[in-house]
Write a new protein. Structure first.
Lengths: 890, 119
């Protein structure tokens, strides 16, 4: 302990510097002596923890007491609160007057700060609303979501749900949901998104209905009465908020449901998209198959169980499922896991948001260095004023306080201007984000955001003001009064500070601009990805025919064939078709299938591929490229030979060295017929631009009732032509005339769909680019300011140089060098910093390295060009300095 | 408010009062004051050295306490350990504060908050 005390005593001695100097000199030894005696005493009494507590208390105390001692004199002369207030008022008035005297400086500085603070507050409101506030459910930390691999997305199957519900020890409740799209009659047919949920869901979330009840145990058994719970929005739309809605029945997809409850207005689960809930009926005695993964599973952890423990159990259960049901699960590579609900909801947004938050922080820092430099330059010209004030008796700390007051006032001005822009900024960013950002409704100007705004404003003021006020208050009375404001050694030191600040600002800009550059490269790569289909001049819309069961399949098929035909006949349309699942917009299910000659015994061993139902016009409209065989044709109807077109990935997977056309496949079921592969098309991206392309089958919509159980009642119409946006209205009325009960929705162009599919990448990229450009702009102002100031300071020297025969190019080179040296240093630091931080971007990049050479080389060149341009104007001005004039001022 | 008027200092902070009280019967060095306060309060008040010396600076500036001149210290005592004592003015302030507290305790006794009135 003795030697430990030696180190800690050194720390204590250092902390003693908080005490005023004179007093410290007098009592330091005595205090060390006392504290050492106390420490030895504690050591015998308290042990190690006691020692740690003792020293942390002692060191905090000496710091705190010392600082207080500096600011208050003796017991009587300690400034009272009213006195401090008077002084502050005086300083404030003084700061106001001083800022008003230089309106150009004040405006420039305040706008710079406004920009930084405004951007920081807007991004913080996103961070706050999305990442910092808890989910709006009871004890949200205990809510988890199932994550499975090998099935569809992260979904679980009915038998898995039942097993988790009854067997998982670490879970208190387990609920399963499934989303469905339904047609509701609201004046005209409207398509809504509904959620089928087991009765555990709402009690688990801890949100009671506003009126009525939620589902009971009986509601989700097969054969129970059809009931539904409405969202607040749908309740208002349909019943104007009348509680009498309870007990009434509504028609959903031609079925009648009784309304048993209405949820409160602010309830969303998991997103506001779901406007209605139905019981998910499941028969525990006869569940669906193990490999039918289509339920989203949610659960609440049992009290006192942590996520890691629960995960272990669920992972083990998943392994058991595979061992017990290999025929279903083994080939899928199935495994199960848990994730916190919070993570499931916001997980993907965390990195981009934090990167953006870091970026605005940098922007604010760049703004601060700019303003600090302005203040330093201003301080230079105020040396005399300060010297006079000191001569009249103002203490150093008074002068520092007054100068700091000025910068805080400046920052408050900037903060106010910036804050005015915040609501606009939040609105703009919220609407630009479309639906891709989770919890967007939660992004508001709430108290925590206001507190952040105030805090960041004050901190900014102190940050950019502290250095200038300390250097500015350093006054050497004699020199300043005597020299009348000309360059002195102290202002040379000031020049060094200014150059360092510019170097910092350039370094920060390099990081931002390179970050933006790499993100832009990634976005360009994504944009340039071959989708495999045409995206321009394509109009799409979704149509849902009432589902009349298998009996109406023929009518359904005829409807879409006729619709495509009639749309094709419209002026301006070159082709039209229909497709079950729209690429880049809709998820798509995969099916197990058999290959003739390679039949397998169980579904678990069968290969899987995505299944798409299309009308023949789809291929032409989307301009898919044919690699082998032929496209589907109108003649491929239910009476003809069953056919299928597959994509390149499918053909390569199963016949890498052979032609796929002519081979026969069938969907996995003994009852379904064999289909002949008649064509192979080039891969089409489906789920996203960035993902892997999976094997896909295209079957004729007309043959689907025979070859795939049913033909889709919901199809997407795709239309290629000129001025497609003008076609939406006539096509909608055409559909209405053909079937008045079929809603038309999701009307959008393929270009819009493609842009929306990239928005999770393009959005942060765009913001980062804006921040990068602002940084570049601020840095160029900073460099210009530095060089202009240096020229001004050195007028005298330059005059003499010119008088002694220095050429214009000599002068120019000297000035440019003075401006570019800190830029070069800043670029070096910035590059090193970027390499260190590039790891953060990796997860957001597509086919570009986080250390991408072209960007790392290009950005410094751009910065050097910007810096040279910014330095050129003052450098040219320097060459025009007339030595006679400068020397005459002497 | 005259610095020569003991009443001007009232009420004292509990720290100041304890330090004055510790020095009422004899002069002590810093460590001694800490120990005395700790013992008198049954360990409830543990002073940090930094806090004590900051308070003592103010008390010295206000002439409530003073350092005992080197010559008057007992022989053989560690020369680094300066001892402190009350000034006559400090004693007056201590007395004034004690009377103020006694008065308050009297009221508490009258109102049956305390069982007996202090002497």
């Amino acid at each position: 302990m003795r030697s430990n005390n030696g180190v800690i005593l050194k720390v204590y001695r250092a902390a003693l510097h908080a005490y005023p100097r004179l007093y410290r000199r007098e009592i330091a030894d005595e205090m060390i002596d006392t504290v050492r005696a106390r420490a030895e005493e504690m050591n015998t009494r308290g042990g190690l923890m006691g020692m740690i507590r003792f020293w942390s208390k002692e060191i905090t105390a000496v710091l705190w007491a010392g600082i207080r001692l500096r600011f208050s004199g003796n017991l009587l002369s300690r400034a009272t609160i009213p006195e401090v207030a008077t002084q502050l008022r005086y300083d404030l008035r003084f700061a106001f007057r001083s800022l008003r005297r230089s309106p150009v400086f004040t405006t420039t500085a305040a706008l710079t700060i406004a920009l930084g603070i405004g951007a920081a507050v807007v991004i913080f409101s996103f961070v706050n609303g999305i990442l910092l506030s808890p989910l709006p459910y009871e004890d949200p930390a205990g809510l988890v979501m199932f994550r499975t691999y090998g099935g569809r997305g992260t979904a679980i199957s009915e038998p898995e749900f039942l097993a988790f519900r009854t067997e998982a020890q670490s879970l208190e409740t387990v609920a399963a949901v499934h989303d469905v799209s339904m047609t509701i009659q609201l004046g005209e047919p409207r398509r809504i998104t509904a959620m089928e949920a087991t009765h555990e869901l709402f009690p688990m979330l801890g949100v009671p209905p506003l009126i009525g009840r939620f589902f009971t145990n009986e509601d989700d058994l097969p054969g129970a009465a059809m009931v539904t719970v409405l969202s607040h929005r749908l309740w208002l739309d349909m019943y104007g908020g009348d509680p009498g809605a309870l007990g009434q029945s509504i028609m959903l997809d031609a079925e009648s449901y009784e309304i048993v409850g209405v949820m409160p207005a602010d309830f969303h689960f998991p997103t506001p998209e779901y406007v209605l809930w139905l019981p998910y009926q499941i028969d525990p005695a006869d569940p669906d198959q193990w490999n039918n993964h289509y339920l989203e599973g949610y659960a609440r952890l049992r009290d006192g169980v942590d996520l890691q423990t629960a995960r272990k159990e669920i992972i083990a259960m998943g392994e058991r499922f595979v061992a017990e049901h290999p025929e279903y699960l083994e080939n899928l590579g199935f495994s199960s896991d848990l994730e916190s609900l919070f993570e499931a909801v916001v997980g993907g947004t965390r990195t981009p948001l934090l990167v953006l938050f870091g970026a605005v922080g940098f922007l604010l820092l760049i703004g601060c260095t700019n303003v600090a430099n302005l203040l330093l330059a201003r301080g230079e010209s105020r040396k005399q004023e300060i010297a006079v004030r000191s001569a009249l008796g103002a203490s150093r700390s008074r002068v520092v306080t007054q100068l700091l007051m000025e910068s805080v006032l400046l920052s408050v001005l900037g903060g106010c201007v910036g804050f005015v822009l915040v609501p606009w900024g939040i609105r703009t960013l919220r609407s630009a984000a479309l639906d891709t950002i989770p919890r967007v409704g939660n992004i508001t100007l709430e108290p925590r955001v206001l507190a952040f705004a105030i805090g960041v404003t004050l901190l900014t003021g102190i940050l950019f003001g502290i250095l200038p006020s300390i250097t500015g208050s350093r006054s050497d009375l004699q020199t300043h009064l005597k020299e009348g404001g000309r360059t002195s050694s102290s202002s040379r030191q000031g020049n060094l500070t200014r150059r360092l600040l510019v170097a910092c600002e350039v370094a920060l800009s390099v990081v931002l601009v390179i970050g933006a550059g790499i993100m832009l490269r990634s976005l360009a790569n994504l944009q340039g990805t071959d989708t495999g289909f045409r995206t321009d001049n394509i109009l799409t819309m979704r149509i849902s025919l009432p589902d009349g069961g298998r009996d109406e399949d023929a009518e359904n098929v005829a409807f879409y064939a006729r619709l495509a035909e009639q749309v094709e006949a419209m002026p301006g349309v070159s082709s039209a078709g229909a497709v079950g699942r729209l690429p880049l917009f809709q998820g798509i299910g995969s099916w197990s299938f058999q290959i003739a000659g390679r039949e397998v015994a169980t579904i678990g061993e069968a290969p899987v591929a995505l299944l798409q139902q299309v009308t023949p016009g789809y291929f032409d409209t989307m301009d898919l490229r044919l690699l082998q065989g032929r496209f589907l044709e109108p003649a491929d109807d239910s009476g003809a030979r069953m056919v299928v077109v597959v994509n390149e990935a499918f053909a390569r997977d199963h016949w890498p060295n052979d032609v796929a056309t002519g081979q026969r496949i069938k969907l996995y079921s003994s009852r379904l017929p064999w289909m002949e592969i008649v064509g192979v098309v080039k891969n089409e991206r489906h789920s996203s631009l960035a993902g892997n392309v999976r094997p896909k089958m295209y079957i004729p919509h007309a043959q689907a009732p025979v070859s795939a159980y049913r033909a889709n009642t919901t199809m997407n119409l795709v239309v290629h032509g000129e001025h497609i946006e003008r076609l939406a209205r006539p096509i909608r009325s055409l559909v209405n005339r053909m079937n008045g009960a079929a809603p038309v929705y999701h009307v959008q162009t393929m270009d819009e769909i493609k842009a929306a599919s990239m928005i999770d990448r393009s959005y942060p990229t765009l913001l980062l680019t804006v921040f990068g450009l602002l940084a570049l702009f601020l840095a160029s102002i900073g460099i210009y300011g530095l060089v202009a100031f240096q020229v001004n300071q050195a007028r005298h020297d330059i005059g003499i140089h010119v008088a002694l025969g220095a050429s214009a190019s000599n002068v120019r080179r000297r000035i440019l060098g003075g401006g570019l040296a800190p830029v070069a240093i800043g670029i070096g630091i910035g590059l090193a910093g970027t390499v260190a931080m590039s790891r953060l971007l990796t997860s957001m990049l597509y086919e570009v390295s986080a250390v991408d050479p072209p960007v790392y080389i290009g950005v410094p060149i751009v910065l050097l060009i910007v810096a040279a341009t910014a330095s050129l104007v003052p450098a040219l001005r320097a060459t025009r300095i007339d030595p006679v004039e400068v020397l005459r001022v002497e | 408010m005259s610095p020569n008027d003991p009443m001007a200092f009232l009420p004292l902070t509990s720290l100041t009062y304890h330090v004055l009280l510790a020095l009422a019967d004899e002069s002590r060095h810093g460590y001694g004051i800490i120990k005395e306060v700790e013992q008198r309060t049954n360990g409830q008040m543990e002073l940090e050295t930094g806090t004590l010396y900051a308070a003592m600076k103010r008390m010295r500036d206000d002439r409530l306490i003073e350092a005992v001149p080197q010559s008057k210290r007992p022989a053989g005592e560690d020369s680094r350990r300066r001892t402190y004592r009350l000034t006559p003015f400090g004693r007056k302030v201590l007395k004034a504060e004690s009377q103020r507290l006694a008065h308050l305790l009297g009221i508490a006794a009258e109102k049956k908050v305390l069982p007996i009135a202090p002497a």
